[in-house]
Design a protein around this ligand. Structure first.
Ligand SMILES: *Cc1c(COP(=O)(O)O)cnc(C)c1O
Length: 404
């Protein structure tokens, strides 16, 4: 329902600061924050037409709000999808996706390495309603192909993965989905449209946790689902109106303003992450380093082609260790020796974050599941922010250099 009078053919950097609904009568230069639950109607006839969808006009903030519409318009412009729906969290965007597309008897093929709550939502929650699912290798296309059945409606991927940064080929998965009459959804949280635009590679739906890089400063929980105008109107708006996983106008405004610096942040944080990954790879106390920007990464070339030549801001590494007990102790020592980095399981902040995945984000997995996912006790994940890299290295050296 939002309109915009921008000239056509603008670049990503421009859209990130300019795409929004038209200014109000006050001509404010920074987009206004409309903290209102409902909108008054000029008269009953107009209200009736608006409620019937025959005339544009704001009604109620569960499904229409100008601040949320600005955020949606900006993200849709960056992703190159026709439309977008802001949601209360990244997970509620995945919920909206599943509610909009799936019914009992349908089947989903999903990478085994996607965000843990996504796996739980698809397998356990939608399993209760008769949706079946298969979980396959992130990188082996043949496994995806073999898992497809006549009732497969959706392929779901996330690339690069958390925390091991495995990359999948979005275009190849889109072709596979479309040959099977299914749709491809991609969680673009790690790269953001500044690096990778899945819709331009054939994905039908792009999912975001706005909590991460879109906000970029760790202030709010938010999410979004981007798709064509047709898919949004036919499959997702009706669910949104009834189920109400709505994004609050305040959180939408924070994300809207966050997106203005998205391109600069992603470039600067990716550059720091690459330099940190190279430093870690040369460190005598460090084993394997997982980062798509490194030549040693299994899908380095695909990642560089798909992600605008940048690796993103998440680097993971193994601390060298003799056995599982020592592995955990040594990883804890490195993390607990930091004095600058934030010890938390979030990511996408300008403050660098350090995490022990095996005991936090992946702590609910059984030992067997965790090892199958390649997450060992000596693995550390660093979500690189904007501090000076020498200070980040010095903070990691405190622990690494005191390992015996
Ligand atoms: C954080 C995250 C989510 C979930 O987002 P919330 O905003 O926390 O609900 C989904 N996917 C990925 C890749 C994430 O990192």
């Amino acid at each position: 329902m939002a309109s915009s009078s921008l000239p056509p053919g603008l670049h990503l950097d421009t859209l990130a600061v300019r795409a929004a609904v038209d200014k109000s009568q006050y001509g404010e230069n920074s987009e206004a924050l409309y903290l209102t639950s409902s909108f008054t109607q000029p008269d009953c006839e107009t209200a009736a037409r608006r409620f019937a969808g025959e005339e544009e006009g704001y009604i109620y903030s569960r499904f229409t709000n100008p601040t949320v519409a600005s955020m949606e318009m900006r993200l849709a412009a960056l992703e190159g999808t026709g439309a977008c729906i802001g949601t209360s969290s990244g997970m509620s965007a995945v919920l909206l996706l599943c509610m909009g597309l799936l019914k009992a008897g349908d089947h989903v093929v999903c990478s085994r390495s996607v965000f843990g709550s996504t796996i739980k939502l698809i397998a356990s929650e939608f399993g209760k309603f008769g949706v079946t699912s298969s979980f396959v290798s992130q990188t082996e296309l043949a496994e995806w192909k073999a898992a497809i059945r006549p009732e497969t409606r959706l392929l779901f991927a996330e690339t690069p993965t958390n925390p091991l940064t495995d990359v999948c080929d979005i275009r190849a998965l889109a072709d596979l989905a479309h040959e099977a009459g299914a749709l491809l959804a991609v969680d673009n949280c790690f790269c953001t449209p500044a690096l990778q635009q899945p819709a331009k590679l054939g994905a039908d739906i792009v999912i975001h946790s706005g909590t991460k890089y879109l906000d970029g400063q760790g202030r709010v929980v938010a999410g979004a689902l981007c798709a064509s105008e047709k898919l949004i109107a036919e499959k997702f708006i009706p669910v949104m109106r009834s189920a109400g996983m709505s994004l609050s106008p305040f959180n939408a405004w924070v994300v809207l303003k966050g997106m203005e610096t998205l391109g600069l942040r992603m470039e600067a944080q990716s550059a720091r992450a690459l330099a940190l990954a190279q430093w870690l790879e040369a460190h005598p106390k460090v084993g394997r380093v997982y980062y798509p920007g490194l030549k040693s990464h299994g899908q380095h070339e695909l990642a560089m082609a798909q992600q605008s030549g940048l690796g993103g801001a998440v680097v993971s590494f193994d601390v060298k260790a003799a056995g599982p007990q020592q592995a955990r102790e040594r990883a804890f020592h490195v993390i607990d020796s930091t004095r600058l980095l934030s010890v938390t399981a979030n990511l996408g902040d300008v403050k660098t974050i350090i995490t022990h995945p095996a005991s936090t984000s992946h702590g609910r997995l059984s030992e067997e599941q965790r090892l199958a996912a390649g997450i060992q006790q000596n693995l550390i994940r660093v979500a690189v922010g904007l501090e000076h890299l020498d200070d980040v290295k010095a903070d990691l050296s405190r622990g690494l250099d005191t390992l015996e």
